[in-house]
Design a protein around this ligand. Sequence first.
Ligand SMILES: [Zn+2]
Length: 261
Amino acid sequence: MNVKIEYNKKVYEINSNHGKSISIPMNFNSNNNPKFYDEINPTKESYTSNDITYDINKDAGCNVPVVKFNVHCSGTHTETGAHIFKGSQTIGELSNLNFIPSRLITIKPQKQSSENYHVTYDLKDQIITKEILIKSLESYNDFLECVIIRTLPNNEDKLKLNYNEHNHPFLSNDAVYYLKEKRVKHIIIDTPSIDRSDDGGQLKNHKIFFSNNDNSINKNTVTELAFIPNNCIDGRYFVCIGYPKFELDAAPSNPVVYKVI
Ligand SMILES: [Zn+2]
């Protein structure tokens, strides 16, 4: 179905049947999941009551799985300022995260940079700098409410990478300030964090992005551990960040992107 969306006094068209998921499938009782800090895979057990195990493979009438997983460490998830700030809104309290005008960019992080990051980093680290983002975004003033960042190399290893064994790229502080200058409210990225995996627990990029210039907390979101298939080309999209109404700082999510026709 073709759907017309009016945005910035212009009409754009998408096909609602052609949305593409940019999230990582969560597998239960399986090693096929990414890992960041916590290496325990999501688990699933069947609910058991009155000697009935609710599993259709065990002659029950239906499946009733009871699951356990680490929201931040095992797959695609979307978080709010509540991840780091007291008194911030939960993900379940946010609404209207649908058809967000977005730009998908593909970037190659760089080694070493003179840009600011709040802790020293080493030669193994890869940085997403303001300079890199400027090249992808500077000429645009629209479709910037959300920026979707695909890092190179991009392959299906990301679906089950153990990030405790592989350094992930992270943004410089300057890069985050630049996104705020461009009025970006939502970041979707295919790394497990916009900060270095170990920044001494400061999470300063998160603090920058989730606060306004007057230090109040905003309603921005960050989606981490996305996976953007190579057949999604760079450009303009409307994105719906699907997520359950969890009263938590974060929830597993399934962003779906709709290409502007
Ligand atoms: Zn997170």
